[in-house]
Design a binder for this molecule. Structure first.
Ligand code: C2E
Ligand code: MG
Ligand code: MG
Ligand code: MG
Length: 289
């Protein structure tokens, strides 16, 4: 009976692998098509200034509606796109579209704030990242200071000197660089001081259950203070409740982002948010400095 159970579960595993494999193939093959058939769109989520309650930044997040599989999460297709290399084309499209949209909002007279684009770590082993950025700014007419690149700590695993060189050149142009998901990856707090970056995004895992986990709260506070001592702006991501918002406001986090303020929205809805967007009411009794 034992061996039967074993082979059953093996068969099951094999079956599951096959399904997963063919789904991955479908996704992989689909990305090229998606790029040419305009199946990708961007959603936009605000970052909110904890002092003024104003929208201080925008994050562009890619969305994919697959004709058969329906909506596929970027957490699923971005890793596949990184493996096949097609991520370069996705990120380039996202960068151009986000710059174009931000410039269009500015031309309509909406508040001018930077738009942030997530850039895969893979781009840093290639120096034409600078050309790609230059192209997107040139084509859209967006000013450098209204663009932020969000990169993860994974960028600093290899060739740290080379990566620091590339980032320095991007920063010299006045473009902002933010470390995404900070605190989950490889870089230590000590490494932070070597990096010519402007923003740190505290990972969502630091925001969850902050009340019940004093050690986590202490680490989050330490990161915020250290980043401030290096003149970096700190953003808390994944803020879902009033308690989380209040806690990180009290800790002097500069900007907050999360479902508590708004989910990522399609461009037309986001532009209405940008028009009326002020969350000052949510910060009553918040920061005093
Ligand atoms: P990320 O850059 O860390 O983005 C934050 C993710 O958290 C987004 O998921 C966002 O929709 C979600 N989120 C925002 N507020 C909340 C909240 O209050 N609670 C919870 N639970 N989640 C919240 P999304 O859009 O599914 O993107 C997932 C990841 O995929 C992103 O993480 C980013 O690493 C990657 N990604 C998205 N768009 C792009 C892109 O254009 N290029 C690249 N290379 N990666 C992208
Ligand atoms: Mg991000
Ligand atoms: Mg993040
Ligand atoms: Mg992430």
């Amino acid at each position: 009976a034992k061996s039967v159970g074993c082979s059953n579960s093996y068969q099951f595993y094999e079956e599951e692998l096959k399904i997963r494999f063919s789904e991955e193939m479908m996704i992989d093959n689909g990305i090229q098509e998606a790029l040419s058939n305009h199946q990708f769109t961007l959603h936009y989520q605000p970052k909110v200034d904890t002092v003024t309650g104003a929208i201080s930044g925008i994050e562009a997040l890619v969305r994919w509606e697959h004709p058969e599989l329906g909506r596929i999460s970027p957490d699923k297709f971005i890793p596949l796109a990184e493996r096949s290399g097609i991520i370069y084309k996705i990120d380039e499209w996202v960068l151009k579209e986000a710059c174009r949209q931000n410039k269009a909002w500015q031309d309509e007279g909406l508040p001018k704030v930077p738009v942030a684009v997530n850039i895969s770590a893979l781009h840093f082993s290639q120096t034409n990242l600078l050309d790609m950025i230059h192209g997107a700014l040139e084509e859209s007419g967006l000013e450098e200071s209204y663009l932020t690149l969000e990169i993860t700590e994974g960028v600093f695993i290899e060739n740290v000197e080379l990566v620091i060189g590339i980032i320095s050149r991007i920063r010299e142009r006045g473009i902002h660089i933010s470390i995404d998901d900070f605190g989950t990856g490889y870089s230590s707090l000590n490494q932070l001081q070597r990096l010519p970056i402007s923003h740190v995004k505290l990972d969502r895992s630091f925001i969850r259950d902050i009340g019940g986990e004093p050690k986590k709260a202490a680490v989050a506070k330490a990161i915020i203070e250290l980043a401030h001592s290096m003149n970096m702006t700190v953003v808390a991501e994944g803020v879902e409740t009033a308690e989380e918002s209040e806690y990180f406001t009290r800790c002097r986090c500069d900007e907050l982002q999360g479902y508590y303020f708004s989910r990522p929205l399609p461009a037309p809805e986001f532009s209405r948010l940008l028009q009326r967007g002020n969350y000052a009411g949510l910060f009553a009794g918040g920061r005093t400095d």
